[in-house]
Design a protein around this ligand. Structure first.
Ligand code: F6P
Length: 546
């Protein structure tokens, strides 16, 4: 069925007209006109508080965006996802990361089969394994307990686990070392292992497909390293390697006993898999109980997204606001600014979640999308970013909507430092919204020639997301918030947020280039002149270093 064109739909046109009518409206005027705005335009769910009052919106904007969501079938698509329908149409798969955190007793069927018991079976196996490793019962080949865990994976099989480990470090086993290897650049593996004792090291090979070049290459490097350091006995592999994959056949081929494999399913997208067995490193770090707490946080946000009316629905609001800025204001990016050092890898994690999901130019019906889809997500923790790129957000020529994320309490209280951190978060949203007028600048005694340079126009929109504490639970809720915001955006745009065909071409071409770099004989190069020359130069350099 051909989807009605988004731009010509009455809902879109109404928003375009409304956007034009808002031109010249300032956040200051919106706040002056409604003393309660900062309390009214807020919502809470799953332990998170969202203040979206500092957005360039009115009640009418919200009404029209919700109307758009309805017309684009966002709610029907959401329900289809939760039901287990195959909404990943280009891969003909269900999209059921929500089943990964469904409690015992829930029923979610894929092809008639309830998948929830399988999910819990894997979770229980993970928990039993984690307990054994954490207690020292699981021994390496030479009888030593495991003290180091290296998770090898890339993309969705790495970014979530890295982010979660960093985010939840406070709750982790400090007497164990956790490292992550993703890049095919050998430096990644060498640096991760250089100071470790193989006898105390466990590798988790994470790959949904178990065919990914980078992961398999690093997994082989890990096996060689282990064997070299443990006397070359192949039997060591069983004690030092476990796998997380959907592909038992390839895991076996690699030499890992499938008894040491933790499975997941094709209905879990890589970038939506940090709460599946892909999160085994997280569970090893924080323990099974805390991992289940994290799942409970995810689930609480799932339920919120599923059941809360549109006007109070956090992911829906955030997703619609992203559409609003992306498509009507022409904003190309969204900055995500966590005011908590533990979330330093959160923006990197979100990059894959958002951009691999919604970086699509073709709609579900195979037509070119005549509107902008997925914005670029990026960011850094505050306050560091303030001393780096915030200048552009405050005074640049581009509109950059920002998400500020903060927690009421520090996990590492130190004097009044947390107050300083949060004061900065709050002050930034105020400065971005209301700026500084020429009159205010002059009042400070600024010479006239300097006035324009010091003016901040304001009207820079922000969301503020607050939670009490950074815990496994609040992290789960936060990740699910963004997952469902991404879903909302993709549903409005009628794109498949769950495939990633665009990454294939580069992988295919690299497979052709590899032998051309390594051939002892001069290969016949039939690329474009630039690619041919780059290959020749690399070959020459490679020859000269022997
Ligand atoms: O290159 C993109 C991608 O397919 C991601 O979608 C995925 O998360 C990553 O590669 C890793 O894939 P795998 O888990 O199969 O190794």
């Amino acid at each position: 069925m051909t989807a009605p064109s988004l731009r010509t739909s009455p809902e879109w046109k109404a928003l375009a007209k409304h956007w034009a009518s808002l031109r010249g409206t300032t956040l200051k005027a919106l706040f002056d006109g409604d003393a309660q705005r900062g309390e009214r335009l807020t919502a809470e769910g799953a332990g998170l508080y969202l203040d979206y009052s500092k957005n360039l919106i009115t009640d009418e904007t919200l009404r029209l965006l919700q109307r758009l969501a309805r017309a684009r079938g966002v709610f029907a698509r959401r329900d289809a996802m939760f039901r287990g329908d195959k909404i990943n149409e280009t891969e003909k798969r269900a999209v059921l990361h929500v089943a990964l955190r469904a409690p015992h007793g829930e029923v979610i069927r894929v092809d008639g089969q309830n998948v929830v018991p399988e999910v819990h079976e894997v979770l229980d196996r993970m928990a039993a394994f984690s307990d054994k490793v954490r207690s020292g019962e699981w021994r390496g080949h030479s009888g030593k307990p495991i003290r180091n865990v290296i998770s090898i994976g890339i993309g969705g099989s790495d970014l979530g686990p890295v982010m979660a480990y960093e985010a939840l470090k406070h709750y982790s086993r400090r007497d164990m070392t956790f490292r992550f290897v993703s890049n095919v650049d050998p430096t990644d593996f060498v640096e991760a292992t250089r100071d470790l004792d193989a006898a105390e090291t466990l590798f988790i090979i994470c790959s949904k497909t178990f065919t990914t070049l980078e992961t398999l290459t690093n997994a082989h490097a890990a096996r060689d390293w282990c064997l070299q350091n443990l006397g070359g006995d192949e039997a060591a592999v069983a004690k030092h390697f476990v796998a997380v994959s959907t592909n038992a056949e390839e895991v076996e081929k690699f030499g890992i006993d499938t008894a040491n494999m933790f499975g997941f399913w094709d209905w879990v997208g890589g970038r939506y898999s940090m709460d599946s067995a892909i999160g085994l490193s997280t569970m090893l770090a924080i323990g099974p109980e805390a991992f289940r707490e994290m799942l409970a946080g995810f689930h609480a946000m799932d339920e919120h997204f599923r059941n809360t009316p549109a006007e109070r629905n956090l992911p829906l609001l955030m997703g619609l606001l992203a559409v609003w800025y992306n498509d009507f204001f022409g904003a190309q990016t969204v900055a995500v600014l966590p005011y908590v050092q533990y979330l330093k890898r959160f923006p990197a994690y979100l990059q894959q979640l958002t951009m691999e999901s919604n970086g699509k130019h073709v709609t579900l019906s195979g037509e070119r999308a005549h509107y902008d889809t997925g914005p670029i997500y990026w960011g850094e923790p505050g306050t560091n970013g303030q001393h780096s790129f915030y200048q552009l957000i405050h005074q640049g020529t581009r509109l950059i909507p920002c998400d500020f994320i903060g927690f009421m309490h520090s996990l590492n209280p130190l004097g009044g430092q947390h107050d300083l951190l949060m004061a900065n978060l709050i002050a930034q949203t105020e400065a971005l919204a209301f700026g500084k007028t020429p009159a205010q600048v002059r009042e400070e005694g600024t010479p006239e020639w300097l006035v324009p340079h010091r003016v901040c126009e304001g009207n820079r929109p922000t969301n503020t997301i607050l939670a009490e504490n950074l815990t496994p639970r609040s992290l789960g809720a936060l990740v699910a918030l963004y997952e469902h915001s991404v879903f909302t955006q993709g549903a409005v745009w009628h794109i498949d947020s769950f495939d990633q065909w665009g990454v294939e071409l580069g992988k295919q071409l690299a497979k052709k280039v590899i032998p051309q770099l390594q051939d002892a004989n001069e290969p016949k190069l039939e690329h474009d002149s630039s690619t041919n020359e780059l290959i020749r130069r690399y070959r020459a350099a490679r020859r000269s270093t022997g």
